[in-house]
Design a binder for this molecule. Structure first.
Ligand code: 5GP
Length: 215
């Protein structure tokens, strides 16, 4: 049954908001802040073969898989995208994303550039990509060290990985330099709100406008 015409403008299609950046740029903190104030947005929880960091919880931060389980899920088509980063596998479980989008809810992805590229190929109408840049490489390294959860060797690998990530900045719709946390959060929120009101995300709009214009 169609909803009453007066509700027509409220119906919309969910979107995929991708927040990508080199590790340490601050995308996890930005994601957390956006999620707190956006009830119609949920975080996509990825699967990974890397070891949990201190404090990371299964099913909250990641689903921690063995390489064998990860491969089995990937081969069964259970990931909407998956990629390798520093020798570990990361993948986005397909079912929750498809369910949320169909229900008109938005999904936030904290994934790297290959994941963004693959997600965009899988859902070309639905992806809004944001790339965060660090103010400088020195500041990025400082933030990685302050996190103090990784060894020196892992930090060095992550600084190198950051360079490989940053060269893909121009594949994204929006690029922000994360100089000021509150400002970055406000900009990400503005991008989300603008994307929601795009006419292609409101399938009932033509009917609503036709009714508005009825004499
Ligand atoms: P970390 O090990 O620091 O949690 O994540 C390493 C990188 O993997 C980050 O850039 C993060 O955004 C990315 N990542 C996390 N989950 C996924 C995923 O499901 N798919 C892809 N392609 N990248 C992911």
């Amino acid at each position: 049954m169609n909803p009453p015409a007066s509700n027509a403008h409220a119906e919309r299609r969910g979107l995929c908001l991708v927040l990508s950046a080199a590790p340490g740029v601050g995308k996890t903190s930005v994601s957390r802040s956006i999620l707190e104030t956006e009830p119609e947005l949920s975080l996509s929880i990825s699967a990974t073969t890397r070891q949990p960091r201190p404090g990371e919880v299964e099913g909250v931060h990641y689903y921690f898989h063995t390489p064998e389980t990860f491969t089995a899920v990937a081969e069964a088509g259970g990931f909407i995208e998956h990629a390798s980063f520093l020798g570990r596998h990361y993948g986005t479980p397909r079912e929750p994303v498809e369910r949320q989008l169909a229900a008109g809810r938005d999904v936030l992805f904290d994934i790297e550039w290959q994941g963004h590229r693959k997600l965009r190929a899988a859902l070309p109408q639905d992806v809004v990509g944001i790339f965060l840049l660090p103010p400088s490489m020195a500041e990025l390294e400082r933030r990685l060290r302050n996190r103090a959860q990784d060894s020196d060797e892992e930090i060095a690998r992550r600084v190198e990985a950051a360079r490989d990530e940053i060269v893909h900045w121009n594949e994204f719709d929006h690029v922000l330099v994360n100089r000021d946390f509150d400002r970055t959060v406000a900009e990400v929120r503005a991008i989300l709100h603008a994307a929601r009101s795009h006419r292609t995300r409101q399938p009932r709009l033509p009917g609503f406008v036709a009714e508005l214009l009825q004499r």
